[in-house]
Design a protein around this ligand. Sequence first.
Ligand code: PLP
Length: 387
Amino acid sequence: MLASLQQELEQRKADGLLRQRRLLDSPQAEHIVANNKPYLSFCSNDYLGLANHPVLVEAMQKAAGVSGVGSGASGLVTGHHRYHDDLEKQLAAFVNLPAALLFSTGYMANIGALGALAGRGDAIFADKLNHACLNDGGYYSLAEFHRFPHNDVCALEKLLQISTAKHKIIAVDAVFSMDGDIAPIPEYLALCEKYDAYLYMDDAHGFGVLGKHGKGSLSHFNLKSPRIIMMATLGKAAGVAGAFVAGEQVVIDYLIQKAKSYVYSTPAPPALSATLAASVKLIEQGDDLRANLNHLIAYLKDNLKLKKWQLMASDTSIQPLIVGGNKEALALSEYLQTLGILVPAIRPPTVPVGTARLRISLSAAHTFEDVQKLVAAIHQAENELVA
Ligand SMILES: *Cc1c(COP(=O)(O)O)cnc(C)c1O
């Protein structure tokens, strides 16, 4: 077995697909120290620059002094601390849904919630470009799993029309993690009404950034319905870690009984919840951060003028630059590194073959000068690298 593992790794390397971790010696921020070198980074999902915010650092230190550092037991035994409970209530109110349940990570939230809500005889309808953990949630649920072409409302409707499943769930990313575009959520909700289906919306990249006061994609579209179940992660714009699922009280009550990744897992430390409570307040008061972020996004889109490579059509902080080949994407990423700029190359299987890209992610913590530097470096790289 070990020899075959080694062989597979070598094949990956030969295909330009071997992934390597960088060793970080600084807090997560726009300026980082990775592999012992300083970089200007466009890599993180810390869209509001909260991951190293002094208010949150202090909140975590203070909370650890009160609650200790560990949860000690699963939530259904003695691991459900008042900090967790307060945060669940705060999050539900923030996204304007009746109730919420915390999970340790977004990955666990999706596999736990979809795995519990759908079962044999049910059907899940999933966008082809959904995050990997929605797919895993689907497989895990034992429900029929149908994938429809990206954002294709008509194709989805055809699948719903012929479905005889008992319960139907449309599961989609609200903002696509590798493309940055926003799903047609209102159209999906209309289909839910028409075909008696439910919408499971993953707002990992909308929460904190989109909508009124950063309340996320539901607020962005001004939607409210008992047919909506949403998930958002707390390690991206919220700057800390974890995730929550929100929806009708009965949905949350059911998940507390049946979501295995909740029931059989130790909750994240209560001090994290206390930190997140402070983070949600910063998000709510962060209209100026979001305004700065939107200026930076507009600046990048207006000023990056390329001959061969292309920015995808995205209005969010995720601005993918399509390069095409795996090795070309890697070469561009490495070239930028020599200029002190870090932007990750994203390759298959994370994205479709032939669409390897640089995933530029902007943060409210970036300055205009940072983005100017990035634009100039990409222009220089295209002149140097494209024959
Ligand atoms: C990051 C991400 C997740 C997973 O969240 P974690 O908290 O990092 O496990 C789920 N869905 C989407 C769309 C994501 O981008």
